[in-house]
Design a protein around this ligand. Structure first.
Ligand code: GFP
Ligand code: GFP
Length: 821
């Protein structure tokens, strides 16, 4: 008999070897005497998965026994990347695996490269979800993630002649060893149809007779914590035809239509929407939202009812986190279940619902907020539309009592927008119902109070909170930068910082230490070599390790101003060309690296990518310039590439026009890796400055409060000479494709909404300051050490603790294990 405290599987190298070979033979079905790297990876992954499953069983049973309040993290996007290295590191058995594999003639790193990325998300919001799952597991919170199991993740970016092409990412092609299909965990999800009033037990009630039924089936993905046995679950739903409906159709002999309807069901979870700002295919998108919400809520209520019978206790056992507005139909769905199916009184149900939800918004501007046309919602989810109207009616009546008949304000705050196309404002719905409304940085939280949700803030100031984003140091240091990880543990004298990242501040006292500086530079060099090798293999461009590696990697967007970066590079190029040899000898050499995807329908962003390639072509082949300047575009930037790029960067650029980036999380990963930031005072940069001091980064550009006035000046403002000259070079065809780039130049010399021209001068100054600092290795290294030392506040561990304490009201529930000594 095994006690709860015992692990079932053994983790010494010999046992691990046996397990790997077992999976080679019986899971991968290759001979244990002959298998290649990919097969070895598959077997290895399955053996790791066994351990994850064991721990997740222990965790779930423990949660069941303790019955704590759980948090359910609802998100339509999770950008998980690869799982192998992260899992074995969190399980604490990476070295044992490496040894087991080396005895079999394989190298752990080589096999890890075999894994594809799980890219079930677009950008920041999605990677944030992944980081937060890691922290919830590590901090022992009783948490679940819920999302959709898209068959096609974010598109693959292929560049042909400098133009972005999108190719499907059928990431499940080679199987996904991490997930477990739960054939027994399925729920029916209803769509369309009509709502009838019926009398049930003498009471009037609404009955929804759906027109379509789809089955949701659960796929569980284990998320192991670090330094704990706790392993939580990310449950992703896939669409499956409902047998009930199919049987009817098959019975009536409608074989073909029955098959077509099967496919329709699978389509629901088929594709991730690649543009997270403007949705086409609105109906399918809405279907995806409801599908995932309905299945998750059924699962959550089922779990609650397994142990409780009184819904008064529901808010004591359940916290629901809405990751942006995408899952906000959950509010309506819980209302519907409580009122229509559990037959609770409306007001009582509403009272319960209002205690459940915490809402985090990632948008900055009103145009970014999601609205759903009433016609669409009413046809797909007729009962939900009724409920939204009822919620809104009650809210507006209540509001009138509080603020009187201020019709402008009433109509701004209403959940229903009475415009040419009548819509439901999902953000207003969420703010009305949620007990907390979270911004993702201090700056963003202020913007929510003063702009986006000003009316609501005046009504309910207590709802508004700031939960500054964070990233997990497990993935962004331990997994992706093992040399830095070893160095940190050595100088801090402990590995405890991996769970308690505040300990990194301990580095401050050694920032001037010559030995640490020496080792620090070596670590950077190792990582730059790895990045340089990748760049050469990918593009054929050889780069010098003595150059400053200057990186801007993120979604391509006008507000993120990759264009400003490219204009700056052209300026640098132009300067170098006009120098004599002795002047050139003083130039700090640079390797400029840009990477990121443009949304498929976003023409301007695609043009920016093309410009980057055109400029790179010119510069990289100019023998006058040589190693002084190189420009490289990294295609198909994703999580696993980020793990190579970030540790190898010296400088990283975060150029958003002030007031446009809600937070930004890329900067935090660079900061942890000792990379210096060149940035505007936007989003979380403002807090980074508080932690590391303005003298340790390169700030530039208009501040948030200055932006409106600069915009007001508008097209009339003067384009600085240096900027005008750069634009002239582009317009004159110096980089080819003259006509194609005119509109980009027009945007800067015309309205210049994103203030490239007015920020250009101070941008160049910041760049010059960066050059100067880089030329002094001691100074630079000290700044780099202080960056890492000050990065603790930007760990998702801190973020999650904030959420747990201030918003979800949950406590750790730790499985007692070997980690507790
Ligand atoms: C959970 C897990 C199941 C696991 C049980 C163990 O179930 O895989 O078998 O715990 O009790 F999902 P629920 O919490 O979903 O009931
Ligand atoms: C959004 C915001 C970012 C923010 C992340 C996470 O990112 O400023 O850091 O959410 O809160 F724009 P995207 O999903 O739009 O990339």
């Amino acid at each position: 008999m095994f006690g709860l405290m015992d692990g079932f599987l053994k983790n010494d190298p010999i046992s691990l070897q046996k397990d790997i070979l077992y999976h080679v033979e019986y899971t991968v079905a290759r001979s244990r005497f002959s298998f290649d790297d990919f097969e070895a990876y598959q077997a290895l992954a399955h053996s790791v998965r066994d351990r994850l499953i064991e721990r997740s069983h222990d965790t779930q049973l423990f949660f069941k026994r303790k019955d704590p309040k759980r948090v359910y993290f609802l998100s339509l996007e999770f950008l998980m990347g690869r799982s192998l290295s992260n899992s074995v590191i969190n399980l604490g058995i990476r070295d044992q695996y490496a040894e087991a594999l080396s005895q079999l003639g394989f190298e752990f790193e080589v096999l890890a490269e075999q894994e594809g990325d799980a890219a079930l998300g677009n950008g920041g919001l999605a990677r944030l979800s992944a980081c937060q799952m890691d922290s919830m597991a590590t901090l022992d919170y009783p948490a679940w993630g819920y999302g959709l199991r898209y068959q096609y993740g974010l598109f693959r970016q292929v560049i042909l002649d400098g133009i972005q092409h999108e190719q499907p990412d059928f990431w499940l092609n080679f199987g996904n060893p991490w997930e477990t299909e739960r054939v027994h965990v399925t729920y029916p999800v209803k769509f369309y149809g009509t709502v009838e009033e019926e009398i049930l037990n003498g009471e009037k009630c609404n009955v929804w007779n759906p027109g379509e039924l789809v089955e949701a089936v659960a796929y569980d993905n284990p998320i192991p914590g670090y330094g704990t046995r706790n392993t939580i679950t990310l449950r992703l739903w896939a669409g499956k035809p409902s047998d009930q409906r199919d049987m009817e159709a098959f019975n009536t002999g409608d074989y073909i239509n029955a098959l077509v309807s099967r496919q329709k069901a699978e389509n629901i979870s088929s594709v991730l929407y690649p543009d997270d700002r403007s949705y086409q295919g609105k109906e399918l998108r809405l279907k995806q939202q409801y599908f995932f919400v309905s299945a998750s809520i059924q699962d959550i209520i089922r779990r609650f009812k397994d142990a409780h019978s009184n819904f008064d206790e529901f808010p004591d056992k359940v916290a629901l986190q809405l990751n942006d507005t995408h899952p906000s139909l959950a509010i309506v769905e819980v209302m519907r279940v409580l009122v229509d199916e559990e037959h609770l009184d409306w007001h009582k149900a509403w009272d319960i619902v209002c205690k459940l939800f915490s809402f985090t918004i990632h948008a900055v501007i009103a145009e970014g907020l999601e609205k759903i046309p009433v016609d669409l919602l009413g046809s797909l989810l007729p009962r939900h539309l009724q409920i939204i109207y009822d919620i809104n009616f009650n809210f507006v009546e209540e509001l009138k009592k509080r603020i009187g008949l201020d019709y402008d304000r009433l109509s701004r705050m209403s959940i229903v927008e009475e415009a040419a196309v009548k819509t439901i404002r999902m953000a207003n719905l969420s703010v009305v119902c949620a007990h907390t409304v979270n911004g993702v940085s201090t700056v963003h939280s202020e913007l929510l109070k003063t702009k986006l949700f000003k009316d609501f803030y005046e009504l309910w100031p207590e709802k508004f909170q700031c939960m500054t984003n964070g990233v997990t140091q497990r993935r962004w240091i331990v997994v992706s930068n093992p040399s830095l990880c070893a160095l940190l543990s050595k100088w801090l004298g402990t590995e405890a910082w991996i769970r308690n990242v505040d300990l990194l501040t301990g580095l401050r006292e050694y920032a001037d230490d010559a030995d640490l500086q020496q080792e620090w530079m070596m670590v950077k060099k190792v990582n730059k070599m790895r990045l340089a090798e990748y760049i050469e293999a990918m593009s054929g461009v050889k780069v010098s390790l003595d150059a400053m590696f200057d990186v801007q990697t993120k979604r391509i967007h006008e507000y993120k101003r990759q264009l400003l970066n490219i204009l700056g590079i052209i300026h640098r190029y132009d300067c170098i060309k006009n120098m004599d040899k002795s002047q050139q000898s003083k130039v700090v050499p640079r390797v400029c690296i840009i990477g990121g995807k443009a949304a498929p329908g976003y023409e301007v962003a695609k043009k920016i990518i093309k410009l980057c390639h055109a400029v790179a072509e010119k510069i990289n082949n100019d023998s006058d310039v040589g190693d002084l300047l190189k420009l490289v575009f990294i295609p198909d930037y994703n999580v696993s590439l980020a793990e190579v790029v970030i540790p190898g960067a010296d400088l990283s650029q975060h150029l958003s026009t002030a007031g446009h980036e809600a937070s930004g999380t890329g900067s935090m990963k660079f900061l942890m890796n000792g990379c210096l930031l060149l940035a505007t005072e936007d989003g979380s940069t403002v807090e980074i400055v508080e932690e590391i001091g303005a003298e340790n980064l390169f700030l530039f550009g208009a501040k948030i409060h200055e932006v409106p006035e600069l915009r007001e000046k508008g097209p009339a403002h003067d384009v600085p000479l240096q900027c005008a000259r750069v634009l002239r070079l582009i317009r004159d065809g110096h980089f080819g494709f003259q006509d194609y780039f005119q509109s980009l130049c027009d945007s800067v010399e015309g309205e210049d909404f994103y203030l490239l021209s007015s920020d250009f001068g101070s941008y160049l100054e910041a760049q010059a300051a960066a050059d100067k600092a880089f030329a002094d290795p001691k100074k630079w290294t000290k700044m780099s050490i202080l960056s890492t030392a000050g990065s603790g506040r930007f760990s998702s561990d801190r973020t999650i603790r904030d959420y747990a304490e201030k918003s979800w009201g949950i406590e750790p529930c730790r499985f007692p294990s070997e980690f507790d000594g």
